[in-house]
Design a protein around this ligand. Structure first.
Ligand code: DAH
Length: 342
């Protein structure tokens, strides 16, 4: 009867498991503590007939050792198990997650490059307001009132009488500069401009331009040409050709559109140049005498050239980007491609 109990407890001890600290404590209470079943059996020892005392004593000692050993091993597995769960997901041998460095926006890279090239030619950088009076955006630039030329650019009007607009080009800064200062002027004026256009791959309601202005005594079309030649070679490569195409702008006379030879297909014909081998990069011309006069500069004494180019356009050509919307969508997959560029 007593021996049966010992066997029964042995089986229970062997089968015991501890999934949590609680299980371990229960095991200790049941088989090891002063109130354990094992202690109870020891207390019953005196009731065992003398001839069985030796065998029972041995059996009891075995039971006690078994319980203690089991307790130790249960405690160990529980320990290992819990330290594992505490450090779960932390593998110190894993390689580090590389830093996600930011990148400079392609328009900033392009603008900085343009600035750098012109600064080396002695141009400084100026800026002006994006919310602009009609006078600076149109009138002073020789756009007559109600002249259809105002409709060349789809204007966002934001206030009436006196009219305020979101500037449609950076040419407003020319006027502000010339009005405030005295010649000579040799500046470039980068900035954001706005037009009321449906957003598509080729048009946007805002984009960026760089305006250029050089006003001094004896500035001629040849100076415009040399400046543009140098810029194009620096920006697009030594072998890029330049073509001036007659055009019209109210604020320049004569006016010319500037094309460069397609540096993507090198004259073989491609989508970018639409198989014409030329791509347009800027408008330009000699500052119209009326514009100089509007700013209080004597056109008999001073002449000047001006140009305006789209930064997006230059960036699209340079990086072969085929959708204008990418510049303002903040898609990191697009932006990350410019990592490491400045
Ligand atoms: N303002 C013109 C535009 O937005 C670009 C331009 C053309 C600027 C000729 C100039 C210039 O300074 O001389 O389309």
């Amino acid at each position: 009867m007593m021996f049966d109990k010992v066997e029964e407890y042995k089986a229970m001890i062997k089968a015991a498991e501890a999934k949590a600290a609680d299980d371990l404590e229960q095991f200790r209470m049941k088989f090891i503590s002063k109130k354990s079943v094992v202690t109870a059996l020891f207390n019953d020892f005196k009731n065992v007939p003398n001839d069985q005392k030796k065998a029972f004593g041995q059996a009891l000692n075995e039971l006690k050792t078994l319980a203690q050993d089991k307790f130790k091993s249960l405690a160990e597995t529980l320990d290992n198990g819990s330290s594992e769960s505490a450090s779960q997901g932390v593998d110190l041998t894993l390689p580090d997650i590389p830093n996600q460095n930011g990148s400079v926006h392609p328009l900033t890279i392009t603008r900085n490059k343009i600035i750098e090239i012109f600064e080396r030619m002695g141009f400084n950088v100026a800026s002006g307001p994006e919310i602009e009076e009609d006078f600076y955006n149109f009138t002073a630039l020789n756009f007559p009132e109600n002249h259809p030329a105002r409709e060349m650019q789809d204007t966002f009007f934001i206030e009436k009488n006196p009219d305020k607009v979101l500037r449609t080009h950076t040419s407003n800064v020319q006027i502000r500069m010339m009005e405030e200062g005295k010649p000579p002027f040799r500046s470039i004026m980068p900035g954001r401009v706005y037009r009321n256009e449906a957003i598509s791959a080729r048009a946007h309601c805002f984009f960026h331009q760089v305006e250029g202005l050089y006003v001094d005594k004896n500035v001629g079309f040849k100076d415009l040409k040399q400046t543009v030649y140098h810029f194009v070679k620096e920006m697009f490569g030594e072998n890029t050709k330049v073509r001036f195409r007659p055009s019209y702008f109210p604020f320049t006379e004569p006016s010319a559109e500037i094309d460069i030879s397609c540096f993507i297909c090198q004259g073989k014909g491609c989508n970018v140049c639409k198989y014409t081998n030329w791509v347009e990069i800027a408008g330009s011309g000699m500052v119209d005498p009326n514009v100089l006069a509007n700013c209080g500069i004597d056109p008999e004494e001073y002449t000047g050239f001006a140009f305006g180019m789209g930064i997006e356009r230059i960036a699209m050509l340079k990086y072969q980007i085929n959708d204008l919307r990418l510049f303002s969508e903040n898609d990191v997959r697009f932006l990350r491609q410019f990592q490491g560029s400045f």
